[in-house]
Write a protein that binds this ligand. Structure first.
Ligand SMILES: [Zn+2]
Length: 244
């Protein structure tokens, strides 16, 4: 039951904290719930009829907001993984949301759709051998190897197996770009893989590698207009020029 006027003090008065979904939580969530109970056991809340007030104990802002929490986490050196890859670039918002969903493992791959009961098969539509998981679709499927080899440069770079690894590899091969451009280009590469996968699945159009690389160049050419004038995009344009 949700009580709109309830306070933290009210909730803690009903110990032990009982979740209405308790019989449906996963084993991992059950472990997290035990940790939460352990933390709450040491918490003393003042009994009060006033509304709860939320504030941050430290950081550059004490008023509680999602933005202030992000800044506090980043300044502590333990920010959310891939935060900069997700939000610090110049990709359109819909692409940032796509990367956010990918980071959290909720991209609608065939393995995901089969897991939630929407598909009977999880087989990759390209190689027809492995389940189409996130890692397989974006990184380890045989069709991706040459794509990443072309976009990440010299053979000494190990092929990535995750979005974070791709982002780091791009930093190694293009150290002068800086965070916003690394993030923009990595987001573009992931977005183009997803778009070309959907062309194959929904329109039966199987683009060859040169056409996929052309899509990368075209997207970055469009996104160029989103880059502020103080940021030089020339190095990315040079990178695009040698892609084909
Ligand atoms: Zn495959």
């Amino acid at each position: 039951m949700i009580r709109a006027a309830g306070s933290v003090s009210d909730a803690l008065a009903d110990r032990p904290l009982v979740l209405r979904t308790h019989d449906r939580v996963t084993d991992h969530a059950r472990v997290e719930l035990r940790v939460l109970h352990g933390a709450l056991d040491h918490l003393l809340a003042c009994s009060s009829t006033a509304d709860d007030e939320r504030s941050l104990a430290w950081g550059d802002a004490h008023q509680f907001s999602a933005g202030a929490v992000y800044r506090m986490l980043k300044s502590s050196g333990c920010g959310p993984p891939l935060h900069d890859l997700n939000w610090a670039g110049y990709a359109p918002l819909k692409v940032k949301v796509f990367v956010w969903i990918l980071r959290h493992g909720n991209t609608r791959t065939r393995a995901f759709l089969r897991h939630i009961g929407c598909l009977d098969t999880d087989v990759c539509p390209f190689c027809l051998r492995q389940p189409e998981t996130l890692a397989h679709l974006f990184f380890t499927c045989s069709r991706q190897r040459l794509f990443w080899r072309c976009t990440l440069g010299p053979r000494r770079c190990a092929l990535p197996t995750s979005a974070e690894a791709a982002w780091v590899s791009l930093q190694v091969s293009n150290p002068s770009w800086g965070v916003p451009l690394w993030s923009t280009v990595t987001s573009c590469l992931l977005w183009v893989i997803w778009k070309t996968r959907n062309r194959m699945v929904f329109d039966a159009v199987h683009l060859p590698l040169p056409a996929i690389l052309e899509q990368v160049i075209e997207h970055l050419r469009l996104w160029r207009a989103r880059v502020p004038s103080r940021v030089s995009f020339e190095s990315v344009e040079q990178w695009c020029a040698v892609l084909l």
